[in-house]
Ligand binder design. Structure first.
Ligand code: NAD
Length: 437
């Protein structure tokens, strides 16, 4: 079997490398020629644990190749995966399908045999049918089926998520396409992975519903955290007590600065728009979007408050700028909103992140960057943990204290405990807990 993957971002590159690992012949295509040049030279343009080894192994085995020419990738391909971006459309929050439509049009022009066109990108209900109409329009004689196969991998654990997924969702409406998808996923079918086989619209909506539900869980626990602070309860224990209930589950009940990243913000907004368009508003998710949007500003206020009555002229050390650990992805990261608000208040921000600084330098002007977690702390009036990278979990608190001008920590990820921070002599402020002050 041979497949083409259009788009070598987080989803395209990981899916391509993993399918190659399954023994399939994979050609990945991207219109970004610099990316393709780097990949051909063995360089991985994103930070994703284990991906370098997987790509190198499959390139060496001649199962994984890269090109910027879609026609080359499509030669002899049984399946083409569309894994391009679907960002938020400015203005109405709907998914911008420009890249998906462009990819589908290019596929239509280069198709020469029966091909299954698979949308791995997250696309609103109805997009699969639109793609089919577009392809038919451009190439009326083309033999093809469109399948929706949304991707559920998480950045930071993408390979494991792809190789051992909780489930695979396949939306198809022809037996021929279903048979090709079964062949593609043979190793996972044999391993007993649950498959949800359904229609195209159902598969498209499943992805949005899953992401919206997870975003809802995060937002819910954030509001509970605010309530905990008012009544003297501890959100970590509330989450533990709730999460042990098998119907609820502990994941995604971590209070913090609100969700960010390349998926939840745009996917919740797109679902809101789809609901309104079809006269079935998803009011819970409309609220989730609003509550989450307001939260970053509240968190910036928390840091400013910890700086003391006059924040102007203070120095804040920020640890972590990516939207979550183990990725270099900065899309919709809390830092992008919080740091400029601190700077507006006259604060000087010094920062360190293990993987996000290359991009951070362009996105966050005026920040002073450092090469390790301790360097930004020198003479700082406050240290704020924005991303819970493992290397921030066991800081030498004595050293932290000795470097800082004032021992103040704002821990927006609840990495430390109030008791430990009180013992270490810190004024400590976290989320949803009675803090040491
Ligand atoms: P990304 O922005 O990292 O990568 C997209 C790539 O597509 C870019 O390299 C871009 O140059 C390329 N591209 C765009 N148009 C092209 C074209 N016509 N031909 C060739 N290449 C083209 O995006 P991503 O994060 O991998 O997300 C892709 C899709 O998968 C989105 O719909 C997203 O919502 C969804 N998704 C993402 C994740 C995630 O964790 N990032 C998880 C699940 C689903």
């Amino acid at each position: 079997m041979r497949i083409a993957v259009v788009g070598t971002g987080y989803v395209g590159l990981v899916s391509g490398a993993c399918f190659a690992e399954f023994g399939i012949d994979v050609c990945c295509v991207d219109k970004d020629e610099t990316k393709i040049r780097r990949l051909r030279g063995g360089e991985i343009p994103i930070y994703e644990p284990g991906l370098d080894v997987l790509v190198a192994r499959n390139m060496a085995a001649d199962r994984l190749s890269f090109t910027s020419d879609l026609a080359v990738a499509m030669e002899g391909a049984d399946v083409v995966l569309i894994a391009v971006g679907t960002p938020s459309r400015p203005g109405d929050g709907g998914a911008d399908l420009t890249y998906v439509h462009a990819a589908a049009a290019e596929i239509a022009r280069t198709m020469s045999r029966y091909t299954v066109i698979v949308t791995k990108s997250t696309v609103p209900v109805g997009t699969g049918r639109q793609i089919a109409a577009l392809v038919r329009d451009i190439n009326p004689r083309a033999e093809f089926d469109v399948v929706s196969n949304p991707e559920f991998l998480r950045e930071g654990s993408a390979i494991g998520d792809f190789m051992q997924p909780d489930r695979v969702v396949i939306g198809a409406d022809s037996d021929r396409a279903r048979a090709v998808m079964d062949a593609l996923y043979q190793p996972l079918i044999r391993a007993g992975t649950p498959f949800v086989r359904t229609g195209i619209e159902t598969a498209e909506l499943t992805k949005y519903s899953a992401n919206a539900f997870l975003a809802f869980k995060i937002t819910f626990i954030n509001e509970v955290a605010d309530l905990c602070e008012r009544v003297g309860a501890d959100v970590q224990d509330v989450a533990a007590g709730m999460g042990l209930d098998g119907r609820i589950g502990r994941p995604f009940l971590n209070a913090g600065p609100g969700f960010g990243g390349s998926c939840f913000p745009k996917d919740t907004e797109a679902l809101v728009r789809t609901g309104r368009q079809h006269g079935a508003p998803v009011r819970l998710i409309e609220t989730v979007v609003d509550v989450n949007r307001a939260r970053k500003r509240l968190m910036a206020g928390r840091i400013l408050q910890a700086c003391g009555p006059d924040a102007a002229g203070r120095r804040v050390a920020v640890l972590g700028i990516t939207f979550k650990p183990d990725t270099n992805d900065m899309r919709e990261a809390a830092s992008l909103e919080i740091i400029p608000l601190l700077q507006e208040a006259g604060v000087t921000v010094h920062a360190y992140d293990p993987a996000g600084m290359e991009e951070g330098r362009h996105l966050l002007p005026g920040v002073v960057w450092h090469d390790d977690a301790y360097a930004p702390l020198v003479e700082a009036d406050c240290v704020a943990i924005l991303t819970e990278w493992n290397e921030f979990r066991a800081l030498d608190l004595g050293r932290v204290r000795s470097l800082m001008r004032r021992p103040v920590m704002v821990d927006l990820r609840n990495v430390y405990t109030p008791a430990a921070m009180a013992a270490a002599g810190f004024h400590y402020c976290s989320v949803g807990r009675r803090d040491a002050r």
